[in-house]
Design a binder for this molecule. Sequence first.
Ligand SMILES: Cc1cc2nc3c(=O)[nH]c(=O)nc-3n(C[C@H](O)[C@H](O)[C@H](O)COP(=O)(O)OP(=O)(O)OC[C@H]3O[C@@H](n4cnc5c(N)ncnc54)[C@H](O)[C@@H]3O)c2cc1C
Length: 381
Amino acid sequence: MPVSSLGTSDRMTKEVVIVGAGPAGLILARDLARRGVYATVYDGKNRVSDGAAKASGIFSKKGLDTIGIDFSGAKVNELSGAIVHGGGESIAIDADVTKAYVLDRGRFAETLAKEAVSEGAKLELARRIDKERLMDLASDKDIILVGADGAVSTVANAFGFPPVKEYILTYKAEYDHADIDRSDRVRLFFNNRIAKRFFGWTVPYSKSKIEIGIGISSLSNKNSAAAFNDFIRMKEIDGAIGNAVRTVGYASIIPLTTRKRTVSGNVLLVGDAAGQVKATTGGGVIFGSACAMVAARCIAKHVFEGKPIAEYEHEWRRQYNLDLELHRMVHRYYSSLGNRSLAVLIRWAKLAHADRFLGRYGDMDSPYLMFKRLFLRNLIQ
Ligand SMILES: Cc1cc2nc3c(=O)[nH]c(=O)nc-3n(C[C@H](O)[C@H](O)[C@H](O)COP(=O)(O)OP(=O)(O)OC[C@H]3O[C@@H](n4cnc5c(N)ncnc54)[C@H](O)[C@@H]3O)c2cc1C
């Protein structure tokens, strides 16, 4: 039972159905279309930008180059530094070049959708796919079903994929009329009492507009809105808000661990549905999209060369699991520290001039590359 009138090539008998028009689903559809595999993306939303502002939009320059999107229409701000706070201490890390961009997530989503459609993918909005329909689709062996349906994945649940073991519950709000001295720096606040197993943040959009947010582990017994209220009462945050006016606020969720399996028969998971997220920061767009590009390559090889679709599992783990695992290790370490230990760590980092090293060699996405640079630098000295 075909779900769409796909523009299949003569050699193609398979249909690809992607559930979810977030970054992972749209990049997958774009890359499949470029490889001559035309897919249909279904999403329950009326517009791809709906709800996009629930998440922040900080992306490394290098990561955006990897996924190859013209993001200029979505750019809000440029970032070159960060101040990390913990246990009453702080350390500033500054680079002399732009390291990351803040993008408007709604406009970014529209850009991704436009590109996927212009390459030939089909996008069906206001079409939520329920469990029964998913079962029906997957029973057709000519259909490849991809769950790109986010952190709480219906596809993963419907087909019994292993669970995500920990989530981060988030709350972010935006403020106008703020008075920000450095609009090129994010600030991160580690405090295991208020932001259990994660952190709070401020992201400047401009000199007068700021985002303030917090994440807490699903293993804590608090909700993120309550944690946010505690967070904005902290001295440093209260000072940063000043007379600024809150405009919007949203709660959301980030998966913190990767699922143990992401392929089952003709069903695949990508992006947040698979847990392809940096556990240190919760950033999932670059890794999720990079894994979606791997999925597109593997699906095309399956369709045109008969290669097993399970190659996707092997390939994305080969390319990205080391970095994702390093992010998890760093997360496990910082989330185990109480406020006194955080203060000692920051004091030690300052003595060791970690700020200079991170400003120069810091890599938001790849701890592996960063550790490699550290190792090589020590070897040369
Ligand atoms: C507060 C916060 C801040 C963040 N900050 C950053 C950041 O700065 N940088 C970064 O890289 N990442 C960030 N992230 C994470 C990032 O937003 C996600 O990793 C990314 O959006 C995941 O993309 P995705 O395509 O896998 O899933 P999603 O973006 O969640 O898209 C899934 C889509 O599937 C649709 N869907 C779900 N179920 C169904 C169904 N049954 N039928 C049809 N459609 C369905 C949904 O409507 C949705 O559109 C942040 C997240 C949060 C919550």
